[in-house]
Design a protein around this ligand. Structure first.
Ligand code: B12
Ligand code: SF4
Length: 476
């Protein structure tokens, strides 16, 4: 076994590779810590197009201390399991460590696969170093001495002591230098991801935050963030034009967020931010726009106050309307995201949501609408309520997507057609078909979706039902 090398693997997000993807943030944060402790880290990112199992074999032949796999709920877990099995078939002595949100929230599901030895629960920086010390035999005689993990010994699963999350100050900068040569894979139209904080003080019932971060928000200092932005903008072979803040809630501390935006503007970069509608005001948007924030994401979720309240979203329909009114004055890129099919939503609520979506489409230039059917993710309110039932539908870590059985919805086909309609409206790249006939059909559906949204015709969506059938068949 190599005494100081750790291999980190990102499984695929969907059953085909992406041309470009999000920066491997978990890897970079963890690698920085490992490097500080004299370990060498290597990355295999299967999400990107040129991945081949040969690459994985080659890295495994170097006998890493352990192989770390990261995954969020969905296909990535399924692919991660296949990778864990591949590793054990290649060399059953290489320990497999699993991390990320999904495993942190339901570690026992992950450890049900005997190819995974340890699950890191929560933040991984310290755990990764502790495990490296353990597997190299340098420190610690037993896994029990490492906090925040679950591990399997034979048939039994053990949980070690829990420790609270640490602060985000005085940490090494994420190890961008390790992906510098492959940065082309992670820069989308000149924009690069930066994470400035973790957690969120709100308690939306569909979100992992309440159970994972316990409503605690931790931010990095403005200076620390700007140092990273500076490094990234100056050291990449690709011209970086925009910073994509991927925080759960960037504006939790408004003063800090504004200082960061002001600082980034001095570096002549533009920015993308997510912002809650109850935080929005004309003066705030004007100020951040003047700093170069020209790309927004708003979690609208629903046009019905009743559903917003059921979600514990903590915003009002009036907040949403104000946001829309302000955004009507700009011609900038913005995404408005909706959830339909939430438990308790009735037809009248759905119609309110569609009416808001229509208003956005008709009046905000540069806006895209994301319409998704509610999915129950681990660690959320409904997961705890319906755990048994979800499992009986096969919604386990191996095949999370079967949670899409959505047993609480009785008009599923109609809701799916609505989502498909909005995908065609945006012309999402993943539904543009190749081939002349397919492209012509796609174009026609795009035109029909525009017409339907403009005039508010959301009944008898036969054409999108048929499209849906083919899209689902294609992705199987
Ligand atoms: C980038 C991103 C993506 C990327 C892919 C990320 C990836 N892993 O490949 C894309 C855009 C593809 C994506 C897609 C989706 N995403 Co997303 N995404 C994010 C985002 C914005 C940032 C993730 C990130 O890099 N975080 C920063 C790093 C540092 O944190 P981390 O990954 O948790 O890693 C830490 C620990 O978990 C741990 N750790 C992680 N891995 C490992 C491995 C080892 C070995 C160890 C020891 C430790 C460890 O240590 C790390 C450092 O402390 C988060 C929001 C957020 N702010 O986190 C949402 C988030 C993860 N996404 C979410 C969702 C819901 C989705 C979608 C389902 C959305 C949708 N409706 O389609 C899809 C999934 C699609 C699919 N087919 O499955 C949810 C949570 C989902 C869940 N339960 O896992 C989040 C939290 C957003 C939210 N607030 O709801 N996403
Ligand atoms: S505001 Fe966003 S990040 Fe915070 S709990 Fe709600 S959905 Fe999650």
């Amino acid at each position: 076994m190599n005494d100081n090398r750790i291999l980190f693997i990102y499984p695929k997000i969907k059953n085909k590779p992406d041309l470009k993807t999000y920066a491997p943030m978990a890897f970079m944060y963890i690698a920085a810590y490992l490097e500080n402790n004299n370990y060498i880290t290597e990355l295999v990112d299967t999400r990107i197009a040129d991945f081949d199992y040969k690459i994985l074999k080659e890295k495994l032949s170097k006998n890493p201390l352990y192989a770390g796999i990261t995954a969020i709920s969905g296909f990535q877990v399924k692919d991660g399991m296949a990778i864990a099995e591949f590793i054990k078939r290649f060399d059953c002595n290489i320990p497999v460590v699993w991390g990320g949100l999904h495993g942190s929230l339901i570690p026992e599901d992950i450890l049900a696969n005997c190819c995974v030895d340890v699950v890191a629960i929560g933040e991984g920086e310290k755990i990764a170093v502790d495990l490296a010390d353990y597997f190299s035999g340098k420190l610690r005689n037993s896994l029990d001495e490492i906090t925040n993990i679950a591990y399997r010994k034979g048939e039994k699963i053990f949980f070690t002591k829990k420790k609270d999350f640490a602060t985000l100050t005085q940490r090494p900068m994420p190890a961008w230098h390790l992906i510098k040569d492959n940065i082309d894979n992670y820069v989308i139209d000149g924009s690069i991801d930066i994470l400035t904080s973790r957690g969120c003080p709100h308690k939306c019932r569909f979100c992992y935050n309440e159970s994972y971060h316990k409503r605690k928000w931790r931010g990095r200092t403005t200076e620390d963030v700007l140092k990273e932005v500076d490094w990234v903008a100056s050291n990449m072979k690709i011209l970086i034009k925009k910073i994509n803040f991927i925080d759960d809630n960037f504006f939790t501390n408004r003063k800090r967020a504004l200082n960061i935006c002001r600082g980034v503007s001095k570096k002549r970069l533009t920015m993308h931010v997510d912002i809650r509608c109850d935080y929005v005001s004309k003066s705030l948007l004007e100020e951040i726009y003047s700093y170069g924030v020209n790309d927004f994401y708003f979690g609208i979720e629903s046009g019905s106050q009743k559903v917003l309240d059921l979600m514990h979203k903590g915003i009002s329909v009036q907040n949403i309307k104000n946001t829309i009114d302000i955004m009507k004055q700009y011609v900038i890129k913005s995404v408005f995201s909706f959830i339909i099919g939430y438990p308790g939503e009735e037809l009248v609520d759905l119609l309110k949501t569609l009416s808001i979506a229509r208003d956005i489409y008709r009046n905000i230039r540069g806006a895209s609408i994301l319409m998704n059917i509610f999915t129950i993710y681990p660690g959320t309110y409904f997961y705890n309520q319906f755990k048994k039932r979800l499992k009986s539908y096969g919604a386990d870590s191996y095949n999370w997507e079967t949670a899409r059985n959505k047993f609480w919805i009785n008009n599923k086909a109609h809701l799916e057609s609505i989502c498909t309609l909005f995908r065609f409206l945006n012309f999402s790249p993943d539904i543009i078909y190749s081939g002349k006939l397919k492209k012509a059909i796609s174009n026609a559906l795009h035109v029909i979706s525009k017409f339907r949204v403009r005039h508010g015709f959301f009944n008898f969506l036969v054409e999108f039902r048929i499209a849906n059938y083919f899209i689902q068949r294609r992705s199987q």
